[in-house]
Write a protein that binds this ligand. Structure first.
Ligand code: COA
Length: 280
């Protein structure tokens, strides 16, 4: 097997459905409200690796089976059953969780959308924030519930909420553990938007289809650039963005920049202000 191929796996806790360019990834333990166990974390690493290399998938949507997005880390399998293990095993279990929950998702080579269909607690905030975009059902219930059972939000949950929520909102929910709904999540910009549950899948599909029309090389570098530069000072950011822009133009197989300019300036066939250039 070459380094650029990933073995197809059998999954028991996650599910992949491919529909015309969209990879719907479902956390699939509905009987446990899709709580994230070490097995699920191992399978998510493998599944995300597999999807990244598949030509038939251009956008990845992460969601949950049944009435839950995810009830967070599995209190039994991720916490209690690992307590007696050696420090090395414990560190490995933690590392495998965060490997996919933010490391892989943060600079994933394809656009990612979190679709929060229902319960979203604790550890589930990390992949939620690490996905590029997020949409929720109005009826979904979120909660930084760690305080309610005596731990602090680790697994990079606190870092994730600090990324997208204001100090006031984040601290309020970290400290009270109160649940909140999709509309409140949208108000706080934890998700891009919330819509009635019956409209959620259709709305997410519409956004995903829009992303599928874009130049994938430019899209990948544009989101990665944003995630890299947000922690940089202006001077460093300018230099990094300049290099990334040049690298994007040089590596883009469809030469989008040249096409876009030519269709606007010479052919006068479209206006970049209103939409994309015509791709072959
Ligand atoms: N870890 C392990 N098991 C979990 C779980 C979790 N995070 N969340 C739910 N489950 C299990 C329950 O133990 C139960 O298992 P059982 O059928 O073997 O008894 C099953 O999933 C169904 O859960 P239940 O509580 O009956 O479902 P519900 O629909 O009434 O409530 C929640 C759903 C999500 C509100 C509730 O399960 C809950 O509060 N879960 C914990 C959320 C949390 O604090 N997560 C943060 C972890 S960092």
């Amino acid at each position: 097997m070459s380094e650029n191929t990933v073995e197809q796996q059998e999954y028991t806790t996650v599910k992949l459905d491919v529909d015309d360019g969209i990879g719907w990834v479902t956390l699939n333990r509905p009987e446990k409200r899709n709580a994230m166990s070490p097995t699920l974390n191992r399978e998510m690493i493998a599944l995300l690796d597999e999807i990244e290399l598949r030509d038939d998938i251009g956008v990845v949507v992460l969601t949950g089976a049944g009435e839950s997005f995810s009830a967070g880390m599995d209190l039994k399998e991720y916490f209690r059953e690992v307590e007696g293990e050696s420090p090395v095993v414990q560190a490995r279990v933690r590392r495998m969780a965060t490997d996919w929950m933010w490391r892989k998702l943060m600079h994933y080579a394809k656009p990612t959308i979190a679709m929060v269909n229902g319960w979203c607690f604790g550890g589930a905030f990390t992949p939620l924030v690490a996905c590029d975009l997020a949409f929720a059902a109005d009826e979904a219930q979120f909660g930084l519930s760690e305080i309610n059972w005596g731990i602090i939000p680790a697994g990079n949950v606190t870092r994730a909420v600090a990324q997208v929520m204001t100090d006031r909102d984040a601290l309020y929910y970290i400290m009270t553990g109160e649940p909140f709904d999709g509309q409140e999540a949208s108000r706080m910009r934890l998700v891009n938007r919330s819509v009635p549950r019956a409209e959620l899948r259709g709305h997410v599909e519409q956004v995903a289809r829009n992303l599928l029309t874009k130049n994938p090389t430019v899209l990948r570098n544009a989101k990665s650039a944003f995630k890299y530069v947000e922690s940089m000072d202006w001077g460093t950011a300018e230099a990094v963005l300049g290099s990334m822009a040049a690298a994007t133009a040089a590596s883009d197989p469809e030469k989008g920049r040249r096409k876009g300019m030519s269709q606007f300036l010479d052919e006068k066939s479209y206006k970049p202000g209103f939409g994309g250039y015509k791709r072959d």
